[in-house]
Ligand binder design. Structure first.
Ligand SMILES: NC(=O)c1ccc[n+]([C@@H]2O[C@H](COP(=O)([O-])OP(=O)(O)OC[C@H]3O[C@@H](n4cnc5c(N)ncnc54)[C@H](O)[C@@H]3O)[C@@H](O)[C@H]2O)c1
Ligand SMILES: [Fe+2]
Length: 383
């Protein structure tokens, strides 16, 4: 057996943690904090108490609250400039994947200037970076424990900067920040996290036992708790379990990368501005069905994670149940179910399929080879 595994060195899962930042901020250098977030979080009333609590530790806090969803290159670079002019010494990302990914790149580029366009891909960036704390408010991308930042390029492609330099120093998961997350965003981001666990578990090149155990427990936690938080958004225990689950799924896919669901989701985000979790949800069922023949045993194992009590005749039956059950789960979620509903038409299918095939970084991890024709057929099926 051999594998590599890396993650964020310290994580804190504690409802209420943001009320006492003195408890966990102490070990990190930097007098001038630069907090990066988005306008939605400001209007949800989440940013002001966090800033007040951080100021209460005696540090200076500057706030940048103009992050855009699926961060475009230009906005990321504007945020880097703002951090430099504020003399930022410690970067804090507060929000979903968009704010956390922006915070990662700002921590890197403010300390070590280099052209963003030149560092898309794996291991191309140079350090050092500024100290970095991530505070997720969705459960979610797991960006607080991944070495990845996703950016939308001027040609509407979603590209990733992947380097160990982007692992944050600390992740603080406070369920109280997620109690007001609207049902649709809860559902989309929750499905994204479940996809991270599933795709890590079936990852072709770097699947490993440590990522596997994280992926299984992550999937179990989210399968159990997503329905609970959709019934009652203020269920603190279930919200905390969702944050822990999405983080563990992040740890898994950081070390056993995601595959075709994400590769087919990216062009929907790039061209149609479909939120990341929703774009995954829209292609999930047909990609699982496509992969089943190659991932039969692994999907059968995941079936027993979802329902440990159920007895199946053989892996074929169990894997089919897994695909059917995930398909049912997605269909029960409070968001759009067809590509037509997010603006996609028949005329777009060739472009979408061609762009999905460009995401080779992820397609190499798919358990079954994805072809242009198969990708097009999957989109067509979901129109
Ligand atoms: N770095 C990684 O490893 C990784 C993994 C998956 C996805 N991503 C990227 O992350 C981005 C998507 O992140 P996301 O799905 O978390 O969404 P997001 O960060 O774009 O946020 C979505 C919306 O939810 C709102 N919101 C967030 N938390 C809230 C809260 N607690 N209460 C009320 N509103 C809240 C935000 O204001 C925003 O309007 C995409 O760019 C995607 O490509 C990165
Ligand atoms: Fe994702």
């Amino acid at each position: 057996m051999q594998f590599d595994f890396a993650t964020t060195p310290r994580v804190i899962v504690r409802p209420g943690a943001m009320s006492n930042p003195g408890d966990w901020l102490g070990g990190l250098p930097g007098k001038r904090l630069f907090l990066i977030t988005d306008p939605g979080l400001v209007s949800a009333g989440i940013v002001a108490p966090v800033v007040a609590a951080l100021r209460g530790t005696g540090r200076e806090v500057a706030v940048y609250h103009d992050v855009e969803a699926d961060p475009p290159e230009a906005r990321v670079l504007a945020t880097v400039e703002a951090a430099r002019s504020a003399g930022a010494e410690l970067i804090v990302g507060l929000g979903g994947g968009s704010s956390m990914d922006t915070a990662k790149l700002v921590a890197l580029l403010a300390a070590t200037p280099q052209p963003l366009a030149a560092i898309y891909g794996i291991g191309l960036a140079k350090g050092p970076r500024l100290p970095l704390v991530q505070i997720p408010t969705t459960a979610g991308t797991g960006s607080e424990v991944t070495p990845i930042a996703i950016v939308t390029t001027p040609t509407q492609e979603k590209k990733g900067v992947v380097t160990p330099l982007l692992y944050p120093d600390l992740a603080v998961l406070d369920a109280d920040l997620t109690l007001g997350l609207p049902p649709a965003v809860t559902a989309m981001t929750g499905i994204d996290a479940m996809v991270h666990a599933i795709e890590a578990y079936t990852s072709k090149l770097r699947k490993n036992p440590l990522a596997d155990s994280l992926a299984r427990e992550a999937l179990r936690l989210m399968y159990l708790n997503l329905p609970k938080v959709l019934r009652d958004g203020r269920d603190r225990e279930a919200r905390s379990a969702m944050l822990a689950g999405s983080m563990m799924a992040g740890m898994a896919f950081a070390n056993a990368p995601v595959a075709a669901v994400h590769a087919l989701a990216y062009p929907l985000g790039g061209h149609f501005h479909v939120p990341h979790g929703l774009s995954n949800a829209l292609v999930l069922a047909p990609v699982l069905a496509y992969n089943r023949s190659a991932a039969e045993v692994l999907y059968a194992e995941l079936a027993s994670v979802l329902d440990p009590g159920q007895r199946f005749a053989d892996p074929a039956e169990a894997s089919q149940w897994f695909v059917d059950d995930m398909t049912r789960l997605v269909a029960s979620m409070p968001f759009a179910q067809r590509l037509g509903a997010v603006g996609v038409t028949e005329a777009d299918l060739d472009l979408l399929a061609a762009d999905a095939m460009k995401v080779e970084r992820l397609l190499v991890n798919n358990p079954r080879e994805m072809t242009l024709a198969a990708a097009r057929a999957i989109y067509a099926q979901q129109l």
